[in-house]
Design a protein around this ligand. Sequence first.
Ligand code: DGY
Length: 328
Amino acid sequence: MSKPSILVARAIFPEVLQSLAQKFEVESNQADEVWSAQELTRRMQGKVGALTTGSERIDAALLQANPQLKIVANMAVGYNNFDVPAMTAAGVLASNTPDVLTETTADFGFALLMATARRITESEHYLRADLWKKWSYDMFAGAEVHGSTIGIIGMGRIGQGIARRAAHGFGMNVIYHNRSRLSAELEAQCKATYVGKQELLQTADHVMLVVPYSAESHHTIGAAELAQMKPTATLVNIARGGIVDDAALAKALAAGQIAAAGLDVFEGEPAVHPDLLKVPNVVLTPHIASSTVKTRLAMAQLAADNLVAYLTQGQALTPLNRLPSAAE
Ligand code: DGY
């Protein structure tokens, strides 16, 4: 009997690809070309499953052209590249990779906060440019991290991981804003206090964005919000491009309206707003918050496991939608 066909839309770990090849006929993309929507739709022809990353858009047009498709497994916890209602309507299961990246991503959020508040990349550029000629009392004087107030917008698993690091590791005062309030037990574990968005922006020394991207969270931080922040504050975005209005942020950084920003994600990435490249007080990284070898392998493996579990047993491990079974 011939094996079902699947598409692995981007390069992944060869060992994960090999394990998939034991169960499926696999078309892969180890050259890691970024396909157009048209090319992705074409490659999807005849495939019952696909493994994607956050760069491949799964929408109604692709689904309509591929009625044989049964599951798309995203190798990411974020899934704003999926039109989940359209997938549900088309009877296609959507899955993501929660949990396996939580702590690694929270580590990175903290690393980016430290680098931003303590001006690490800015000072390294200065040193590499051979500009360091003497010690001076205020050289790259940054903002205090320990004992300061962190405001976390988006208090899911990663937000909670950052809160635990902040409260227990750095003695920070943790305030948060989220669509819904955490249980009293989780608030106690994170030593976190729920506040309104305006209070958070006005009070926090460091604002950390960990909110999923959606139409509602688009430009959660724009000119109006930046104007409410302290001039000494830092802003860190490890969530998604589009949560911050990057043009407004570049203006605020250039004007000294806030002290500094750390960005791992960008509107229209991999393109970066040109004005962000001109300001020194921003730390820029290329969407690597979950990128440790162990975590990226765990993400690829979980995405692959979702494909295997759904296509062989009809049950994904971490589904995002619920499809009516044939019996319902
Ligand atoms: C995620 O898992 O959503 C990360 O941003 C990697 O894409």
